[in-house]
Design a protein around this ligand. Structure first.
Ligand SMILES: [Zn+2]
Length: 113
């Protein structure tokens, strides 16, 4: 995963939205990153810091939320928090599962000053 490319995209979204709110300094940014997306929060935080230098978002605080992936069993419809250690249905041991979420990246909100 290329955290710098993601950070550039994120900053583009933030600057566009900031402009549509009349501009100003961005002081805080909150993101949600799916835990299955392969994005390293610390690497992304660093990339955002670099990408925001000499912009109106320089020095902003960054909060990164990890959103979990959910798995559902195709046989018994049980749902659980999907992870490398839980690829089988905890209820019936089935391996026919559907995975939802956990691979997305979202700008939740940011603060303007
Ligand atoms: Zn099951």
């Amino acid at each position: 995963v290329h955290e710098f490319g993601i950070a550039q995209e994120v900053m583009k979204i933030v600057h566009e939205r900031a402009q549509s709110h009349g501009g100003g300094r961005v002081t805080a940014l909150r993101l949600s990153v799916g835990e299955m997306s392969g994005v390293e929060p610390e690497a992304l935080r660093f990339a955002l810091e670099v990408c925001s230098r000499e912009t109106s978002a320089e020095g902003m605080s960054v909060e990164i939320n990890k959103t979990p992936a959910r798995a559902q069993c195709a046989d018994c419809r049980a749902e659980w928090h999907f992870g490398p250690d839980s690829v089988e249905c905890p209820k019936c041991g089935g391996t026919k599962i559907a995975i939802q979420g956990g691979d997305d990246l979202r700008v939740d909100s940011f603060d303007l000053e």
